[in-house]
Design a protein around this ligand. Structure first.
Ligand SMILES: NC(=O)c1ccc[n+]([C@@H]2O[C@H](COP(=O)([O-])OP(=O)(O)OC[C@H]3O[C@@H](n4cnc5c(N)ncnc54)[C@H](O)[C@@H]3O)[C@@H](O)[C@H]2O)c1
Length: 305
């Protein structure tokens, strides 16, 4: 079995662990600073094994040295936003947590691939890359899979079609400035621009941008975790199985899309060595401007770090 460690055993971390265990993708180590929580959640998952028919081992611990030998480490440790807050407000507190976690990853699992979930994710991924000192292809942020899934879910609701036939694409940072791309979003290969009026697409794109806030508003405390957890599981699967999937995720840009030294969401090829390529779409001028506007926000965040 491969080994995946999930740092932070809160809503997102525990959901990631359960999805991975159910699919028998890896043995899992759940880490948290709160005593008893990762141990309790881990044991609870192990006890689900006989019912759900999985043999993945799940260990909960407060000891970072248990992450030794991990193939992948998922960072979910940190605060989620509250109603009315932007993800950017979390930067100060979460950068301290992600900094400490990244130092421990570099110490105990220097050969691992790191997937960052903690918000503001594009900035925290850059931070984890800097602190671990890992090659950028081994530090990746999760955002695009989730944002594209939200876009796809809303399109399926509007057209009353199966989500299985929808392939959606959302670029940019994981925030208010994300860039849903209707031209590259299809239903069984048919661009949605041929299936839905422009006004409807505009509304769905806006609901996608506000997708996280919509859930926070309903939950009152805490933010989304089922869709984020499944988004991470999809990335983990692509890497562990060396699938070479083209998945939108937050990756380091070094000139692609005319952007330098920033982590932002673009389509990337995920395989056993992490990011194995970046797809440069031929964007229209308004799409490229939107991507650059999104990157500007994260450049400012990085400068503050
Ligand atoms: N990128 C995305 O698409 C996306 C989606 C959803 C949530 N998030 C982010 O993921 C993060 C976690 O969200 P959540 O809903 O699971 O929050 P949560 O509060 O349920 O869980 C966070 C956990 O992190 C733990 N923690 C804090 N410091 C730690 C440390 N140093 N080491 C280990 N564990 C530590 C806490 O004890 C807690 O159990 C938040 O920052 C949230 O904004 C990102």
């Amino acid at each position: 079995m491969k080994k995946v460690s999930v740092i932070g055993s809160g809503n997102v971390g525990a959901t990631v662990a359960l999805f991975l265990a159910e699919r028998e993708l890896a043995d899992i180590v759940l880490v948290d600073i709160v005593e008893g929580v990762p141990q309790g959640k881990g044991l609870d998952m192990v006890e689900a094994g006989p019912i759900c028919r999985f043999d993945s081992k799940v260990e909960g611990t407060n000891d970072y040295s248990r992450i030794r030998g991990s193939d992948i480490i998922v960072i979910t440790a940190g605060l989620p936003r509250k109603k009315g807050e932007s993800r950017l407000i979390l930067q100060q507190k979460n950068s301290e947590i992600v900094g400490q976690v990244s130092r421990d990853i570099a110490k105990y699992a220097p050969d691992s691939i790191v997937i960052v979930v903690t918000n503001p994710v594009d900035i925290m991924t850059y931070h984890a890359w800097k602190v671990t000192g890992f090659p950028n292809k081994r530090v990746i942020g999760q955002a695009g899979v989730l944002d594209s899934a939200r876009f796809a879910a809303f399109i399926a609701m509007e057209l009353d079609v199966s989500v299985e036939d929808i392939s959606a694409m959302v670029l940019g940072g994981h925030g208010d400035e994300m860039v849903p791309l209707p031209r590259y979003t299809t239903v069984s290969g048919i661009p949605i621009t041929e299936l839905l009026p422009a006004e409807t697409i505009k509304n769905i794109a806006q609901r996608t941008r506000d997708g996280g806030a919509e859930i926070v508003g309903l939950l009152k405390t805490g933010s989304a975790f089922y869709a984020p957890g499944s988004a991470v599981a999809q990335m983990v699967e692509a890497i562990l199985k060396d699938k070479k999937r083209i998945i939108p995720c937050s990756v380091y840009l070094n000139g692609e899309y005319s952007l330098m030294d920033v982590y932002i969401g673009v389509p990337a090829k995920l395989g056993s060595s992490g990011v194995e390529g970046i797809i440069e779409l031929k964007l229209t001028q308004p799409e490229l401007t939107a991507l650059h506007d999104s990157a500007k926000v994260y450049k400012e965040g990085i400068a503050k770090l």
